[in-house]
Design a protein around this ligand. Structure first.
Ligand code: WT7
Length: 649
């Protein structure tokens, strides 16, 4: 059903789609519509069949239990172990000597681990964990650089049945502390330091700041990576290498229930407190195993490189669990793309003969800025498939990636998903889907997504709306750790029965999905996407500005015109001159395209009682719509004042 509400029409993109190259298509795992047809016919039967690709110690009895929404159970009563699926079964199937991990450090040092060797290392660390008192169900925090030990630690947790919480190495000690406290971890695995562009980040020293405030931590295991000095707390701090030296190389994987917690991963929400996103065992593994195989067209001889950090969900799903459960060879690099030179990634692709490369638009835009000569100086002919994730990829970056990295012979999979979804949800299948630069194309087989308006009605082609997921999927989050209420509120209250992604999107007349980014913070100005936050930061960067809220006002030609509401610091007058100065300031900070078309000074911004700026209301004011109920605002008078001020203009 289509019902027009507060949605605006977006013009069609008529560019001719890119067809999969013939050679790619011929060898692709999927090159016809069969998986889509199968899943359409019977979604649960489709997923049941995919579950057969895993090794179960006891087969599940029911594919999906949806009797108590929004709490769903997948593969009910099935038993399995994630590490056994990622390691043992490959070793049993003759892949002992196949490389599981190829690693290169920032300084060029290398490590390679076969599946047999990785299994041994994992088993040893299981014995270490077990000796340190970590048992099934315990939480373990992992705060580490991008080194193989991080993968070993994760897999060892899954083998024991402990729940890992990997915290991104770039977070501050304060963020680490919050996450340790929330998960009540007993053990921290960390490193002395991390190599960062030729310098050393003293991780253990930083972790100490957090540990002072984390009484739950009983033991700290330290990998010596960067030769960084640190203080040792006797009885608590232990060295990885000492513990591993004599550890037994055998450890039986725990038989886990399909719905046993697998990991917690913290992600930012609209409040200050991070959300502990909880994933469970079987559904997650079925989801990432299937999507990794199909989306990255897994071939046995692939050398697969996903440049994400292990501390993000992309690292969990598409460095560790997806590829290893498929027996892939995963390349891991410790450092950044610009050290020692801006061709570091291209050098590595050439050296390791990387075949599949998965990175983020923000990186691609940096590569573009740095110049074509960096990739041009290397042989990138091993590449056959490229991927993108994390934000909408602007067509210009897509085309550059296609030409300068893929040399026009590699399909690009633009994959939309979230920490919450656990697995890729919207994506092309590279041997099949015609590509339109900037569109993540269509839902993966067995996934039901839609774009709906304010009322929850399906939008028509070209109408902007909200991206929702209509039916449960295997790798979905099960709840927010110890906060069911927030889980229900954040994802299931907006539209009863639908999962709310928080993203804006539209469909074109071919049914292709175009993701606009988070609903509150994305603008489209003359085809350029600009984050409201970006413009807001540029505004508050000016010495006269106390606070700023930025919205996109619908504009016939540009799509959106940037409109800013600004409160000034005490004693500053809102003169015409200052107005011009602020516009110029934003232009200088971001670029002419981000220059606000309109700026309004106001004594206060409309905020909810919890202090969240109500951008929606500002949009309604700018587009002269009725405001409805504003009584939940901290100061209901504010909107009246802004409205009067606005119509005076
Ligand atoms: C948000 C999720 C999924 C792993 C990395 C980020 C945005 C992600 C795309 C894409 C447009 C995308 C969305 C989503 N996003 N991929 N291909 N096209 N937008 O995980 O931190 O949980 O963020 O990233 O806004 O909701 P995350």
């Amino acid at each position: 059903m289509s019902k027009k509400n507060h949605v605006d029409i977006i013009s069609e993109d008529n560019a001719k789609p890119f067809q999969p190259p013939k050679i790619f298509k011929e060898k692709a795992l999927v090159n016809d519509e069969k998986p889509y047809r199968e899943a359409e016919k019977d979604r649960l039967a489709f997923w049941a069949k995919k579950a057969d690709n895993l090794q179960w110690s006891k087969k599940w009895e029911q594919v999906l239990d949806d009797s108590n929404p929004p709490y769903f159970k997948w593969f009910v009563n099935g038993k399995l172990n994630v590490s056994a699926n990622c390691l043992d079964r490959h070793v049993e199937n003759g892949l002992s000597d196949k490389k599981a991990i190829l690693f290169e450090g920032e300084e060029g040092d290398t490590i390679s681990l076969t599946y047999a060797k990785l299994l041994k290392e994992v088993n040893k660390f299981c014995n270490v964990l077990s000796d340190l008192g970590v048992a099934r169900g315990d939480a373990v925090t992992i705060w580490m650089p991008m080194i193989p030990e991080a993968v070993v630690a994760m897999l060892a947790c899954t083998r024991i049945g402990a729940v890992h919480s990997v915290v991104f190495g770039g977070f501050s000690p304060d963020a680490l502390k919050d996450r340790i406290l929330d998960s009540r971890s007993k053990l921290l695995v960390t490193a002395d330091g991390a190599n960062r562009k030729g310098k050393v980040l003293p991780m253990k020293g930083m972790a100490e700041e957090a540990l002072q405030l984390c009484p739950s931590i009983e033991k700290v295991v330290i990998v010596e990576r960067a030769g960084s000095d640190y203080e040792v707390t006797e009885g608590r701090d232990l060295l990885w290498k000492d513990l591993m030296k004599n550890a037994d190389e055998n450890f039986s994987p725990a038989e886990m229930d399909a719905e046993d917690p697998l990991f917690i991963l913290y992600s930012s929400g609209t409040t200050g407190k991070p959300k502990g996103i909880l994933h469970t065992t079987a559904g997650y593994l079925v989801g990432v195993n299937t999507t990794h195989r199909y989306v990255f067209d897994h071939h046995e001889d692939d050398i697969y490189w996903c440049t994400a950090d292990i501390g993000w969900v992309t690292g969990h799903s598409y460095i560790v669990y997806g590829p290893l459960s498929n027996g892939s060879t995963v390349f891991i690099y410790e450092g950044t793309p610009d050290y020692p030179n801006r061709d570091r990634f291209w050098e590595l692709i050439e050296k390791y003969k990387i075949t599949v490369f998965y990175t983020a638009p923000t990186a691609i835009r940096s590569f573009m800025r740095w110049g074509n000569h960096f990739p041009a100086g290397h042989d990138l002919s091993s590449l056959r498939l490229l991927g993108s994730v994390g934000e909408p990829i602007n067509p210009e970056a897509w085309l550059w990636y296609h030409e300068h990295i893929g040399k026009t012979k590699c399909p690009i999979v633009d994959t939309w998903w979230q920490t919450e979804t656990g697995m890729i949800m919207i994506t092309p299948l590279p041997g099949l889907t015609p590509l339109k630069p900037g569109s993540a194309t269509k839902a993966f087989p067995g996934i039901d997504v839609d774009v709906v308006d304010d009322q929850g009605y399906s939008t028509g082609p070209g109408q902007r709306g909200f991206l929702v997921i209509k039916t449960p999927w295997p790798a979905m989050l099960r709840t927010l750790y110890e906060d069911h209420e927030r889980y229900e509120h954040t994802y299931w209250k907006q539209y009863p029965g639908l999962y709310f992604t928080g993203d804006g999107a539209w469909k074109d007349s071919d049914g292709y999905l175009w993701i606009m980014g988070r609903v509150d913070d994305v603008l489209n100005v003359s085809g350029h996407r600009i984050g409201t936050m970006e413009v807001e930061s540029a505004l508050v960067d000016h010495q006269s500005v106390a606070e700023a809220a930025v919205i996109g006002k619908v504009h016939e030609i540009k799509g959106h015109a940037i409109t800013a509401f600004v409160t000034l610091k005490e004693g500053v007058d809102g003169s015409e001159e200052l107005l011009k100065e602020l516009k110029t300031h934003v232009g200088k900070k971001i670029g002419a395209i981000a220059r606000p078309e309109e700026i309004f000074f106001t004594y206060e911004l409309p905020k909810t009682r919890s202090g969240k700026i109500m951008r929606r209301l500002l949009r309604d004011i700018a587009e002269q719509r009725d405001l409805g109920d504003v009584t939940t605002l901290m100061d209901p008078q504010v909107v009246k004042a802004i409205k009067n001020n606005y119509s005076d203009k």
